[in-house]
Design a protein around this ligand. Structure first.
Ligand code: HEC
Length: 156
């Protein structure tokens, strides 16, 4: 085994290590496409879950409804991280630039929406009529979609 061979082996190991180290952070972050498509998918999922929450609560099936409410609450927390600076445009996003100009307000709305779903889960059982169910859902669930969309999502 010559000296040249050993030196070359070290060069090779060095190159591979550098490549691995440099590519690690890139792999742990989502691409712009994955981020925009990912948040759209999560919002769509929350929409279908919200409709199920409405149906179950109207039937008085509060146990199942409460589980879904907490699921929605968690999704909102995840969604906060799906609006990095490099995802303002592309991939048919309906997110408006005003999100990044008022990031604190946007994030606060997302957090409020998440907290309201937890509150909703604790008060839904106290409702005494279908009308009252509709009222709390409008106030604590649908109202938050509307107040965010009217400012931060493009008309669709
Ligand atoms: C704090 C802000 C905020 C809240 C709260 C919010 N949304 Fe949205 N929603 C957005 C934004 C911003 C978009 C645009 C995302 C994009 O296109 O990149 C969006 C997009 C959507 C979409 C379209 C997804 C797609 O495939 O393009 C649906 C459906 C949706 N929201 C439903 C809801 C429902 C239902 C609720 C309430 C239960 C809700 N959202 C609550 C901000 C919000």
């Amino acid at each position: 085994m010559g000296l040249k061979y050993i030196i070359n082996s070290f060069k090779y190991i060095f190159l591979i290590s550098t490549f691995v180290i440099l590519s690690l952070p890139a792999n742990s972050e989502l691409s712009v496409e994955e981020t925009i498509k990912g948040r759209k998918a999560l919002f769509s999922k929350n929409y279908s879950t919200a409709k199920r929450v409405q149906a179950l609560s109207s039937k008085g099936d509060f146990e199942k409804a409460k589980k879904l409410m907490l699921e929605m609450s968690e999704n909102y927390k995840v969604l906060i991280n799906y609006f990095p600076d490099n995802t303002k445009e592309g991939f048919k996003t309906e997110a408006l630039p005003i999100i990044w100009e008022n990031k604190d307000e946007f994030n606060a709305l997302m957090t409020k929406s998440s907290n309201d779903m937890i509150k909703l889960a604790s008060v839904i059982e106290d409702t005494e009529s279908v009308d009252e169910v509709r009222e709390v859902l409008t106030k604590m669930m649908w109202g938050n979609c509307k107040s965010c969309h009217s400012k931060f999502r493009a008309p669709h």
